[in-house]
Design a protein around this ligand. Structure first.
Ligand code: HSE
Length: 432
């Protein structure tokens, strides 16, 4: 074993960074054996140096992240600051100075992953980011390496723990969205500003990363259709239950049937209880992958939190260190397929639509005609008279598969009918 240590710079020492430092220290012997050389924490860049950081030598702590990332003696930079800047500048500087980079920064990768990969290629170093998607769950490496000889057709995942927790609570306790969000905040799952989670930005960034790797195509955050949780009501959840479904915020990346394009989207959807993802409860994540040769695979585990994210960072750190020792590199970006990313309108899916209608002769026929006019075939219709002395009814229609554009045009036309008093809910049905 080489005695001269490999040097690691840690940028950020919050929940994840401090756990990375702790594991590096407590597992130092094992890491050295696995890598073939000792690994030394050579510097830790933080914003607030006055905070006590147990187990970290204060002499290593600096507020000058730029100087640390640019140090010529650093072999691997671990970036766990998050956000676009200064992370992008620091990572680029690390490459320019010969360091490989391990990052958990999903937002930056979804925004500008290709530029970062190009930069890593230019300087002959590694860019690894297993921790950016669903923390400890191995996804990036299996898609990039284990399935490199297969053809992935679909990636369907629950990749945000906060929203899964909220939906799980709404389903199991009958709580409304706000109440469930409050509980998620109290338990520390949701951030003080939960926008990125509940509006689907976090999941959309992960979908962009997964789609890019799975389909060997550049997919950016802007390419991902995104809808958050705000529209999901307790009535939707109850309706899903009646259909033998559950409601999940899904990230769905698909190759078109003709193989010539791909789509990536994040939105709440009804999922049959028989689907393996339906049993993913609380703040857990899971990703279901469908490929030509392997068939169906499922990856499950904790998708957030300090230790699970640090586990993924450490795995990448070991790989980057091994490459530094051998003089080799891991796989870079694979975007040779360059498939176009189609808009949401071209996605083929099913809708569950709940309508508030007048209960009188001809209403059902009128509604059915609107579906027919748009080429959308109806799978099931359920009508339930409203309780009380009025003439209204709930009409719940579930369609067969059709293009999303045709389905949304159908809903618009339904809104225009005199006999339709309101469209109470629209939700896609996936996973069949
Ligand atoms: N906030 C994310 C979640 C974890 O709730 O899953 C980090 O991506």
């Amino acid at each position: 074993m080489r005695t001269r240590p490999l040097k690691v710079a840690l940028l950020g020492c919050g929940v994840v960074g401090s756990e990375v430092a702790r594991i590096m220290t407590t597992h130092a012997e094992d890491l050295a054996q696995r890598i073939g050389a000792p690994v030394e924490l050579a510097g830790v860049a933080v914003r607030r140096p006055d905070r006590v950081r147990a187990g970290i030598d204060p002499a290593l702590v600096t507020t000058d992240a730029a100087a640390l990332a640019a140090r010529a003696d650093i072999d691997v930079v671990v970036e766990v600051i998050g956000g676009l800047e200064p992370a992008r500048t620091l990572i680029t500087s690390a490459f320019e100075h010969g360091a490989s980079v391990v990052t958990a920064n999903k937002a930056l990768l979804a925004e500008d992953g290709s530029t970062l990969h190009e930069s890593a290629d230019k300087y002959g170093v590694d860019l690894f980011y297993e921790a950016a998607v669903a923390a400890a769950i191995p996804l990036v490496r299996p898609l990039r390496e284990s399935l490199a000889g297969d053809k992935v057709n679909r990636v369907l995942g629950i990749v945000n723990g906060t929203t899964n927790f909220i939906l799980d609570r709404m389903e199991s306790t009958g709580a409304g969205y706000s109440e469930a969000l409050d509980e998620a905040t109290a338990l520390g799952y949701a951030e003080a500003d939960p926008t990125a989670d509940v509006e689907g930005f976090d999941a959309a960034a992960k979908a962009a990363i997964l789609a890019g790797i799975a389909f060997h195509t550049r997919v950016r955050l802007d390419d991902v259709h995104r809808e958050g949780l705000a529209e999901v009501t307790a009535a939707d959840i109850a309706s899903a239950k009646r259909m033998g479904c559950t409601v999940k915020l899904l990230a769905i990346c698909e190759r078109a049937a003709d193989g010539r394009s791909v789509t990536a989207r994040v939105h709440p959807a009804m999922l049959p209880l028989s689907h393996p993802l339906a049993s993913v409860r609380e703040a857990y994540n899971a990703v279901f992958v469908e490929s030509d040769a392997a068939g169906q695979l499922m990856f499950y585990g904790p998708g957030a939190g300090g230790s699970p994210t640090a586990s993924a960072v450490l795995g990448d750190l070991v790989a980057a260190c091994r490459n530094k020792l051998s003089g080799g590199r891991g796989p870079g970006e694979s975007a040779y397929a360059q498939l176009p990313v189609s808009p949401m309108g071209e996605v083929v899916t099913r809708y569950h639509i709940s309508l508030d209608v007048a209960d009188k002769p001809g209403v059902l026929a009128q509604v059915a005609m609107v579906f027919a006019e748009h080429g959308v075939s109806i799978d099931t219709v359920r009508q339930k008279g409203k309780e009380g002395p009025h003439d209204g009814a709930w009409l719940v229609v579930v369609t067969h598969r059709a293009q999303d554009a045709a389905l949304s045009a159908t809903v618009e036309a339904l809104r225009g009918l005199d006999t339709v008093r309101g469209v109470a809910s629209i939700m896609r049905v996936e996973g069949e």
